[in-house]
Design a protein around this ligand. Structure first.
Ligand SMILES: Cc1ncc(COP(=O)(O)O)c(C=O)c1O
Length: 422
């Protein structure tokens, strides 16, 4: 493996210039914020057509109203350009860069992710997605027949599949806490979990924000509950990181998995897994390097440009500021939530504005409108991209509001819904 410290000076210069480009990107974003702060929201609205972002930052098809970050987020232009620049550099001398400066830069991305999530660099692993993180963790744990895992009936398959595997592999039983659509009581959820814990329960596994309704789960209380019973608290953070500030230490969980390609706006096929160091030898990962480094015997080569692109995405969001992103997203979802009351025949199942709300809002359609067909209609007739929640579950539609969305996007959605459902 080539050590970057022995790189010829011209390649080191290239690498430093790439890092310089990232700093420049941050400066541009900072400048944008200074302008917005100096001239107020009106100037911002006039200058910036994409919510908190510059109009040129997103590459959407003309007129598309994209309200589907919960499934796949868009990658802003500066992040994409950084990813492509890394790839081009890599191709100049693949082994030199791939096992040299770029490998070290991937560990810098782990350090950035650790700052973003409030933990140590050695507690961060690079993954392909949330599902990959959850699978990696579950496969690294050891269970005995008769152990139990406690989860909810609202988990996405990406957060549930790993426990089904563990159930098959070890004869572990899975207990399920129901969270009915429309639930709006965090303490009732904690009580249900508390009642479902048994002496054989080893793991409490739940989402931070429910994929189905966006409900913000009481992660702090559930993690404390898990600890009080000697269980692990494992969080599926696919819908949270990048949309709301997340501090894994403050949450008190043992592990937290997320995707780079949803709210973080990073390249597709990227993800992060936080493994608290207190897990110690309770987790034995097959695909890991010492200190969870980006590259090692157990990891093999990963998608280097995508990982470095994820680092650029973390910078992009940090430059705007996660508190600001969350406030923006909640402002839009609250506007949407209020306006949905005037749309005939639908029933909103997400929490009202308040502590359980997030940038995801879900509503049920009337029985005579099937969600998949309705999703297509909204795309084809109105140029609005939405998530459908299947008919056999909720027959609903889920809306995601993120930093590039605007009040106009929300109003356009409402107008289209009224037209379709009148
Ligand atoms: C809560 C939750 N977990 C896991 C996933 C799976 O994400 P990925 O495909 O990035 O692994 C999703 C995707 O929507 C999700 O909402």
């Amino acid at each position: 493996m080539i050590d970057a410290s022995s790189s010829p000076s011209h390649t080191r210069r290239d690498f430093l210039s790439a890092i310089g480009a990232m700093s420049a990107m941050r400066l541009v974003a900072d400048e944008r914020w200074k302008t917005i702060a100096a001239h107020g929201a009106d100037a911002h609205t006039a200058r910036v057509a994409r919510g908190l972002a510059a109009p040129e930052d997103f590459l959407f098809a003309p007129e598309l109203v994209y309200l589907q970050t919960g499934s796949l987020g868009p990658t802003p232009r500066p992040v994409m350009e950084r990813t492509i620049a890394v790839w081009k550099e890599l191709e100049r001398n693949p082994s030199f860069y791939g096992y040299g400066a770029q490998e070290h830069a991937m560990d810098d991305v782990r350090a950035s992710a650790a700052r973003f999530l409030g933990c140590k660099t050695d507690e961060i692993l690079l993954t392909r997605c949330t599902t990959d993180g959850m699978n990696t963790l579950a496969q690294g744990l050891t269970f005995a027949t008769g152990d139990r895992v406690l989860t909810t009936d609202q988990e996405h398959p990406g957060g549930r599949h790993c426990w089904d595997y563990v159930a098959r592999r070890y004869g572990v039983a899975i207990d399920v806490v129901p969270i009915p659509p429309g639930e709006n009581d965090a303490s009732a959820i904690v009580d249900r979990f508390a009642k479902a814990i048994t002496p054989r329960t080893r793991v409490l596994s739940f989402s931070h924000l429910l994929s189905s309704t966006g409900l913000r789960m009481p992660v702090v209380q559930l993690s404390a509950l898990a600890r009080a019973h000697g269980c692990l608290a494992i969080v599926d953070g696919a819908q949270s990181v990048g949309g709301i500030p997340v501090d894994v230490k403050a949450l008190g969980c043992h592990a937290y998995a997320t995707s780079g390609h949803k709210w973080l706006l990073g390249p597709k096929g990227t993800g992060l897994l936080y493994l608290s160091e207190e897990l110690g030898e309770r987790v034995d990962l097959v695909s890991a390097a010492p200190n969870h480094a980006a590259y090692g015997d157990g990891t093999g080569v990963t998608s280097i440009p995508s990982v470095l692109g994820l680092g650029a995405a973390l910078e992009y969001l940090s430059a705007i500021g996660m508190e600001r992103v969350e406030a923006h997203n909640l402002g839009l979802r609250n506007r949407l939530f209020a306006a949905l009351y005037d749309v005939p025949t639908i029933r909103v199942v997400s929490a009202p504005a308040g502590p359980l709300a997030s940038g995801l809002v879900t509503f049920r359609l009337p029985d005579d409108r099937e969600s998949r067909a309705f999703q297509l209609t909204m795309r084809e007739r109105h140029n609005v991209e939405l998530k459908m929640v299947p008919k056999n579950w909720m027959n609903g539609i889920r809306v995601s509001t993120h930093l590039f969305n605007t009040e106009q996007d929300v109003d356009q959605l409402i107008t289209a819904l009224k037209r379709e459902l009148a």
